[in-house]
Design a protein around this ligand. Structure first.
Ligand SMILES: Cc1cc2nc3c(=O)[nH]c(=O)nc-3n(C[C@H](O)[C@H](O)[C@H](O)COP(=O)(O)OP(=O)(O)OC[C@H]3O[C@@H](n4cnc5c(N)ncnc54)[C@H](O)[C@@H]3O)c2cc1C
Length: 239
């Protein structure tokens, strides 16, 4: 998986601070102080003026579907309809198996999975060939053969998202409940945006960390690193 920043709004801290000043905030604060207050107090609409565009490659189709669930963003994905996917690359989910899976089961899982990918590649080519032999155009062959492609197939993505929506994305997808591949993507995105705009993103983590209270309640998993440190919403309400 590779995540590259293609473009980001320049001088965003100044832009956000000046936008917030239009609406009216206490005088005498620096741009950085205004932005930190906006993030800390969740007066977030001014953050929408900062926009990021990422190039994301080597993610699975499965995770790209989850990314698409983030509607407050612009999405462009590689088309399996217009591209020939012979010998497609794929994500190997063996690396996302929990640590307590025994080595033998891990090896068996990986062996079976790789066999399934090889079968899918073979069948993709066979289906493509059958359609082409009928004298039908390439576009039709690609269009119908792609139905055999697995969810693990690599896809390529261009994603444009504003800072406010990105905070929402990170809060949801840095949670230990998120799929491991999605969490890996969120970690890579976070690393980039913290470098570009630390004033906005350095204190952003999962929802529990960011809000100081975890809305997952009973769904909070045992391996949550904030168990015992950050209370759930229900615990706060019932206290
Ligand atoms: C751990 C985890 C498990 C999940 N499991 C499932 C699952 O089993 N099935 C499933 O379908 N999805 C699942 N999701 C996806 C989840 O339901 C959201 O669709 C996804 O996280 C996008 O979040 P969002 O709606 O906040 O983001 P965006 O779509 O970017 O929206 C941002 C915000 O804008 C507002 N908004 C956007 N659209 C509307 C609207 N139409 N009406 C009102 N307000 C709106 C909301 O405040 C929203 O939070 C899961 C997500 C996580 C993190």
């Amino acid at each position: 998986m590779e995540v590259k920043l293609l473009r980001v709004t320049e001088n965003g801290v100044e832009l956000v601070a000046n936008s917030a000043r239009v609406s009216g905030i206490p005088e005498g604060l620096s741009d950085e102080e205004v932005v930190r207050m906006i993030v800390e107090n969740d007066y977030s609409s001014a953050l929408e003026h900062i926009v990021f565009t990422f190039d994301i490659s080597g993610i699975s189709v499965a995770i790209s579907r989850e990314l698409l669930e983030h509607r407050i963003a612009s999405h462009t994905a590689r088309s399996t309809r217009y591209n020939r996917e012979s010998g497609f690359g794929f994500v190997n989910p063996a690396k996302y198996l929990p640590e307590n899976v025994p080595e033998r089961a891990r090896e068996e899982f990986e062996r079976e999975f790789l066999k399934a990918m090889e079968d899918a590649r073979t069948h993709y080519e066979k289906l493509y060939g059958i359609v082409k032999e009928c004298g039908l155009p390439d576009s039709v062959a690609k269009e119908v053969s792609r139905y055999v492609l697995p969810m693990a197939t690599h896809t390529h993505y261009v994603w444009t998202v504003n800072a406010r929506s990105l905070i929402n994305f990170l809060m949801l997808r840095l949670c230990v409940r998120a799929a491991p591949e999605m969490r890996e993507l969120a970690e890579k995105v976070r690393k980039i945006v913290v470098e570009v705009y630390p004033e906005i993103f350095s204190k952003i983590g999962c929802r529990g960390y960011t809000l100081g209270v975890c809305p997952e309640n009973e769904a909070r998993p045992r391996n949550c690193p904030y168990r015992g440190k950050i209370r759930t919403k229900k615990e706060v309400r019932n206290s």
